[in-house]
Design a protein around this ligand. Sequence first.
Ligand SMILES: [Zn+2]
Ligand SMILES: [Zn+2]
Length: 318
Amino acid sequence: MAELMQGNGQKTTTGEFLLERQEVASPDDAPRVILAPRRGLFGRRAERLGAISEGHSLGPFLRFAAALCRAQEDAIGALGERTLPGIASAVTGDEAPSAPLGPQALALNPDWGDTLGAVAAWIEGIEMPEAARRALKRLRTIDRRVLNAWAAALLGEVSDPVDPVLAPFVKAALEVHWVAMASKLEAARLAPARERGACPSCGHAPAVAVMHAEPRYNRARYLFCGLCATEWYMARIKCSNCLDTGGITYYGLQGQAGGIRAETCGNCRTYLKVLDLEKEPQLDLVADDLATIALDLKLAEQGMQRATPLPFVFAAPA
Ligand SMILES: [Zn+2]
Ligand SMILES: [Zn+2]
């Protein structure tokens, strides 16, 4: 197991912290909200998962996740370019509501269950761990009302328990609909009035943070929503969970290229991975989060908690 290291791996992190503090100021010309394209997002993620699965200790699991993403790309393609009912209220009227794609959009998207069926049917034909095949078989026997209750829980509307083995399939289908809806929003109308740790499109907590390589983003830090793929600006060295700025420390894994570090908060004891695309342009926000589970395990040993669960993992990995 790789060892944790603080900051940039130097014995003292003072130099790096000074550098980061100079960059905290908000870049005025960087966009506040970035919406994902409807097509291609899941397909690129599938490719990245396939590439990093080679020689990875979680290879079979990552290849299964890749297949699930390919099924998602296929499902979002089947939705075409139509505007889904859930965003009707979000794109009309003078003032867009805060988080227009909150849990209330579920009732407006009853066909998300058909997407779930399509995703399940797509991956039936692929090679997968036996446990996943059993889960997939069981999924077909679950009543639609139960599936809806699980979906509501995954969207944060209710706190009902969700079957941890089947949750990744349900979440995958919801992501298809939420990315499809968010892609039709207007980024300018979503710009949060003030910095916050919740997605301006759907209200979800961020899955990871990202720094883009392109100059137009001005090295700003964006938080990324794992449900609808919206990104929104938040100043660096600030906890997205409790907004504290005092006790932030960065950790990375020894022997890695340095594009992924965990931003830990000493105040609320949570952390968020920060993916730096200038250092490693090939990183995918979901695939590489999953592939660096070793960092999560190390931080768990230190008593740190992820602000949101790892993608595809709702049960403890076997
Ligand atoms: Zn979102
Ligand atoms: Zn915090």
